[in-house]
Design a protein around this ligand. Structure first.
Ligand code: DGL
Length: 257
């Protein structure tokens, strides 16, 4: 079973890519919605939440874990890889592909505050962005909008216009948080000339490479959704965010089990 976690529903943008590539694999997705957003939390707080959820996923049989959250990866993926035996696949803002695609040498990065402050993010810039100009922008409203199922309309457009202003000259924009791909269509409609980069597909390929060959395949695959927040709210949004799972429901994660 593949274990996947995020601060909320954003990681579903990664899950849908994993499912597209490996539809026969079972998964358990945990949305830590009671603690969302991670982007404004300290690394200690994120670390505590993520290790709790990783333990939970392992207890439920996860053989590989996807940290479908840039903020959580930046806060603690190194700790997780050093302390857990199973493969841990993380996310990072797609600065590398953006640096290869830009033609004017200007790249914007939308990400959370926690991601942009991380040493791991600064190492990423040093490695892949030496020769380009990078403009960064935290976008907390994007997370709030996606968590409320607002993917189009005036509030989304106003947030996009505000956040894009500092990077209006960039020809390439990195969607460096797993919530943001759900706004990709609206961003593309407003700014059709910009390249928009997200790394969900690359992460899905990495999951395929890292899956233990002993991974058990059950037919039909188990597809489970848990949340630390409101299961009713998350279940209502699931068909909108991932129509392929519209017949599924979230259940409440009890942290004592
Ligand atoms: N989806 C998360 C990320 O990729 C974080 C959103 C948040 O909780 O602030 O960084």
């Amino acid at each position: 079973m593949i274990g996947i976690l995020d601060s909320g529903l954003g990681g579903l943008s990664v899950l849908r890519e994993i499912h597209r590539l490996m539809p026969q694999h079972s998964f358990l997705y945990i949305a830590d919605s009671a603690w969302c957003p991670y982007g404004a939390k300290s690394y200690d707080q994120i670390h505590t939440r993520v290790t709790t959820l990783v333990d939970h996923l392992i207890q439920h049989g996860a053989e590989l874990i996807v940290i479908a959250c840039n903020s959580a990866t930046i806060a603690c993926v190194e700790y997780l890889r050093a302390n857990y035996l199973i493969p841990i696949v993380g996310m990072e803002p797609g600065v590398k592909p953006a640096s290869q695609i830009t033609t004017n040498g200007k790249v914007g990065v939308f990400a959370t505050e926690a991601s942009l402050a991380g040493a791991k993010f600064h190492r990423l810039l040093n490695t892949h962005a030496q020769d380009i100009e990078v403009i960064t922008q935290p976008c907390p409203d994007f997370v709030t909008l996606v968590e409320s199922g607002t993917l189009t309309g005036p509030a989304v457009e106003a947030a996009i216009q505000q956040y894009i202003t500092p990077m209006i000259d960039a020809d390439t924009i990195v969607l460096g948080c797993t919530h943001y791909p759900f706004l990709k269509n609206t961003i593309a409609q407003l700014y059709p000339d910009k390249h928009l980069i997200d790394t969900g597909t690359a992460v899905a390929k990495q999951v395929q490479r890292k899956l233990p060959t002993t991974q058990r395949i059950t037919a039909p695959p188990q597809q489970l959704f848990l949340t630390t927040g409101s299961a009713t709210h998350a279940s209502q949004l699931l068909p909108q965010l991932c129509p392929e799972f519209s017949a599924h429901q979230f259940s409440t994660l009890s942290e004592n089990t």
